[in-house]
Design a protein around this ligand. Structure first.
Ligand code: N0T
Length: 521
């Protein structure tokens, strides 16, 4: 399939998401593309800030930068548009040889309308806010506001029209995020008349199909969850309408991102952003907003069990996994490997610029060269492999693992073979793994042929073994080559043998890529 994908490669082809057998890839210039991304801070989307952005992006070896485009910035006066920042951004992104994901900050930015123009956010009559059960009003725009939808959609269409004009033949912009962390904090739904009415209306067929429920009203079908689920439908439908109108003028991949709920102890809706694409309403979102290519998690959960649970929930047959945001502290860097193991189309730490803002405790305390280093090391290793990995991922031939917090070993099941991974072991001999001092370990494996694997990673020891049920099989490492990929071509450096293979394949802080051929005797 990778070969078929590359054969069809056309440099002029617009970016798109392909879905095959419940697996997904982002295609850019007709080839599978792995987003090694970084997101700038919320207020860095201004021409005079870009000099503090590019040094961080360049140091990261990122191939993609996510930058906000604010509704208030482009349409301060209704109907008059100013796209000068976008023009500047694209010119400079091309000079820095990175792709762009635009973030449409409009009706929702972390539940609120702060990025909407003043003529929207100060006119509560035309652009109503969400009403709580007690009748009070939240600073979160209602998804039932038809004038709000109309206004947001027109602005977005203007943006996409301009974008097609300046970038339709270059595709510097490869995806668009529609809104940011939608939904509302402090309520499960909008208690306006329209919100009440929705509860009593029939659940649309697409939602019934996704959730396997029998027909009825939202209240009848979903009982105590009806408030949150119907609200999620309304928010998703609104964002789906905005995305569809944008796609009609310029068809780029589009997604919505989620402020997560805790995967194990979520608490009640409203304690998290209710109505947004949280893990409990993914089916409703996919049904309500078919124009969105996927919905994506913003992962600010440092703990391994939580982080990996989130990856597993957003990777679905009907949903490509993309780590749309993650913390920029060192603890998060290793998770790029687990994300790739869950077929993620990309990974993107948040707040990666030198404007001197830190969102600690979500991310790092300070953003400097040391903060960037572990992320940069991963991207340096993965960048030359990106297209290869993304192509093999759609075929189900990629595995990945990140170092856990308190467990120091793992096994990955590759089919005929499995690998044992140990973290914090001496390179020579069989001392048990005791974990790395800094949790930076990670491993990535991709199958290249029947018994041939690409193996790479950092701070980990990898041992191959026959799969369960083949325990008696006598096997050996026929050949272990170290080399590097350049434009998809393998360049041989040396063969690993003796101490370098007898006690497992030891990855250190060096960016090393191996091709391992296994055999039986
Ligand atoms: C993120 C970012 C930015 C475990 C926070 C995360 C970005 C937005 N919001 O710096 O504002 O635009 O998408 C919200 C995390 C909630 C707290 C979770 C505690």
């Amino acid at each position: 399939f990778a070969a078929a994908l590359s054969c069809a490669a056309r440099a002029t082809e617009a970016p798109r998401i392909v879905d095959r057998d419940g697996r997904h890839a982002l295609m850019v210039d007709g080839k599978p593309f792995l987003v090694l991304g970084a997101q700038v801070n919320n207020s860095s989307g201004w021409p005079q800030m870009l000099p503090q952005v590019w040094p961080a992006i360049d140091a990261l070896h990122a191939n993609t930068v996510q930058v906000p485009i604010s509704w208030g910035q482009i349409e301060a006066k209704q109907g008059q548009f100013d796209f000068s920042f976008l023009d500047t951004l694209l010119t400079q992104a091309r000079e820095h040889n990175v792709r762009v994901v635009l973030l449409w900050f409009a009706t929702w930015k972390n539940n609120g309308p702060s990025y909407a123009p003043a003529w929207v956010k100060l006119d509560n009559r035309r652009y109503p806010r969400v009403v709580k059960k007690d009748g009070s009003t939240l600073n979160s725009l209602s998804p039932f506001g038809s004038a709000t939808l109309e206004a947001d959609r027109s602005a977005f269409v203007a943006l996409m029209t301009h974008l097609r004009k300046i970038d339709g033949d270059r595709h510097t912009v490869i995806m668009v995020q529609v809104e940011n962390e939608s939904g509302s904090y402090g309520t499960d739904r909008d208690y306006s008349a329209a919100g009440d009415q929705l509860l009593q209306s029939p659940v649309p067929a697409a939602v019934l199909q996704k959730t396997g429920k029998a027909a009825g009203s939202w209240s009848q079908v979903f009982g105590k969850d009806a408030a949150e689920y119907s609200f999620a439908w309304a928010v998703a439908h609104y964002i789906g309408e905005v995305a569809a109108a944008g796609k009609a003028v310029y068809d780029l991949p589009m997604y919505a991102n989620a402020a997560l709920r805790d995967p194990f102890h979520p608490g009640p809706p409203g304690s998290y952003s209710s109505g947004g694409p949280t893990d409990n309403v993914l089916g409703i979102w996919r049904a309500a907003a078919p124009s969105l290519d996927f919905v994506a998690p913003d992962i600010y959960l440092r703990e391994y069990p939580k982080y990996t649970a989130v990856l597993g929930r957003y990777r679905r047959d009907d949903n490509a996994l993309f780590v749309a945001e993650t913390g920029n502290d060192t603890a998060y860097a290793r998770y790029v490997f687990a994300a790739l193991g869950q077929q993620s189309i990309g990974f993107s730490p948040f707040g990666m610029d030198y404007t001197r803002y830190s969102n600690w405790p979500l991310g790092a305390k300070t953003i400097d060269a040391d903060t960037i280093k572990p992320f940069a090391a991963n991207y340096e290793l993965l960048a030359p492999l990106g297209s290869l990995i993304a192509g093999l991922s759609v075929e189900g031939k990629v595995w990945g693992a990140s170092e856990p917090d308190s467990i120091h070993e793992q096994t990955l099941d590759l089919g005929d073979w499995r690998v044992h991974i140990g973290y914090g072991q001496p390179q020579f001999g069989m001392d048990p793994p005791k974990g790395n001092e800094q949790k930076l370990g990670g491993v990535l494996i991709a199958q290249l042929g029947k018994n041939e694997y690409l193996v790479t990673g950092y701070h980990a020891r990898v041992d191959f073994m026959p799969a369960k049920g083949r325990d008696g099989v006598r096997f050996l490492l026929e050949r272990v080559e170290e080399g590097r990929y350049e434009n998809g071509q393998w360049h041989f450096i040396r063969e690993w043998n003796g101490d370098q293979t007898d006690y497992g394949l030891n990855f250190t802080s060096q960016p090393q890529v191996l091709r391992v051929t296994l055999a039986t005797y």
